[in-house]
Every structure is written in structure tokens, then in C-alpha cells.
Design a protein around this ligand. Sequence first.
Ligand SMILES: [Zn+2]
Ligand SMILES: [Zn+2]
Length: 357
Amino acid sequence: MNFLSTFVTFKSLHEVRRLCHWGPVIALSVIAICSSMAILDSIIWYWPLDTTGGSINFIMLLNWTVLILYNYFSAMFVGPGYIPLGWKPENQQDTRYLQYCRVCQAYKAPRSHHCRKCNRCVMKMDHHCPWINNCCGHLNHAYFTSFLLLAPLGCSHAAIIFIMTMYTQLYERMKVILRNKTSIESWIEEKAKDRIQHYQTGEEFIFPYDLGSRWLNFKQVFTWSGTPKGDGTEWPVHPKCNQHTLTIEQLKQKADKRVRSVQYQAVEDYNGACCPLSKGLQTFFRTPCTEEPRIPLSKGDTILATRGTKWWMYGDKVLSEEQMRGERVRGWFPRRCVEKCHYDTAASDSTSDKKVN
Ligand SMILES: [Zn+2]
Ligand SMILES: [Zn+2]
């Protein structure tokens, strides 16, 4: 109880009414929205709680929220301190040096002023702040200033998370639209190039849906009517392609079990962090927005990748006979940690047939 009374001092229940004002309503809503969005955003998209970075980030965000709210409520409910009604200086002689407040029926102590909003004489009055719906003065000066200092710090932390989300979500989605190529199609294209290279077929793979201009691609999705172009089953294609160029390639890949995955070898160690700091800014910022696991890699590991983005790949680690008794190791890893295996060596051909589960 002692702790509670130091946390927030309610002079009377009447004080709770300070919350019923546009200032605190807006301020508290902004704090609640920003902190809950930043916390949820970072847990879902970037740093799950079971990672060290995720826990530190979560504790920091929680810390900002608690400190900001503590100082905010203290500034509001502790208040500036009021000159007691009917106050007069101990030495009667001093009254001639003081002004008299007729509302409070008291002398105005040095540095105090009468606040019309609070309807009281306020100790060392600085100003009446609508955001805390109270005056800022003697007793709450430190709380109020700490709040002003902490709020931008907490906001900056939240802003970094929002910018990262906007970047990965909006920018990545825009890129898909401007190239007219989904992330699944990017991977089909990668496997097509791998298949052509492996069998030396001499084919040239052209992605059929890229209309050759970003503006034309953009207009396929965004129209003035709000309805995207086309009926969703037939698509405009590159002049050298037809409606079934991509589906034929998919069938070829399906028939060729080898290219369901592409074999890679780890050339760098990776500790399994969601946003690794040591693998470059692009890898850090473009971490896949998914809850799927990341897999740690050691130099020399073989991985069969089944999909990927420009900066990350997803696949199964090829395990040795003893390791295979456990569960399969499948997840995301940074692309820069691996190199594509070449097919011209007999050794790699034998490993490509290894089972992954
Ligand atoms: Zn007064
Ligand atoms: Zn006031």
C-alpha cells in the first residue's frame, strides 16, 4: 500500500476526474497505441521472444512504457502543490511584501501564482499543461520534465520498429507489383535457371508476366476503378511467352524431382538470429516477415533450399546418418552465408540424392 501511495497520490477521488479531459485522453491513447503497436509489431515480425535480441527489445519497450506512464501519472496526480487556503506568512510583518489572492483568501507565497484553471494558488507555478490537465510547478516539475525527456526516446524506439515494418511490408509489396512477380514466382524462376543450367538445355527462361515497364506492371494492380485488370485466370504476357509458359516450367520442375530444391553449401557460420547484425544491413532489415524458424549453420553444411528471397533462403539442412535420428532441421538462413553447389563434381551429385528426412 505504501508503494501505491508513493506511486500515485490521490488527494481525493476527485483527482481521478483530471482524466476526463481531452488532453489526458489524447496523450494516453497515443502512448497506448504506440507502445502496444511497437511491442506487437516487433514480436510478430522481427524478434520473437525466444531470441535474446527479442527479449532485450521487449524489455526495453516495456521499460519505456512503464517509465513514461509512471512520470505522466505522477506529474498529473502529485500535482504542482497548492498554497493552503487562507495561508499567511509566519511573520505577520511580511504580509506587506506579499500580494493577496482574493479567490484563495490567502497571501501569495513567493514564486506562487493563481491558476484560473486549477482555481488555486500554485507553488512555483510554471504553466498549466492541458496534456496532464494540471499545473506544472514545485512538486511535479521533475516528473513532468522526465516525461518530456522519456516520451521522445520511447517514440524513437517505436519509430525505428514502424519504419522497419513499413519498409519490409510496403516496400516489398510494391516491389512485387512493379516487377509483376510474386515471391513464389521468383523462386520458380530461380529453379528454372537452375534446371536449365544443370541439364544444359540451352533454353532461355523469360518470366512471362513482367510487361517490361514498371508503369505497365503498376497499372495491372492499381486502377482508377479500384478493381485490378483481368479476370484472374488469363494474364497479359511478354511477347515471347504464352499463357502457359510458367505452368509448363512448373510441370517440368515437378517431373524433375532434383529441382524441387536447390543445393547450397554454407560458406559462413550463422547463429540462427532473426535479425543478425553481422550479416549486412540488407539481411538485417529484410528478414522474412514470418514466424517460421531460422536454422543455425556451420561452414561446410549442405542445405537443400526449397524457396527464398533475395536476402534469405528457406530449406532443409542435409544431416549425417547419426544426426538423422532427430527431427529434420528446416528453416530460414541468410543467403550470403551459402553458395550454390556446382554440378560438375561427382561428389556433389552423390550428396544431392541424400534424403533430408
Ligand atoms: Zn489563488
Ligand atoms: Zn493550473
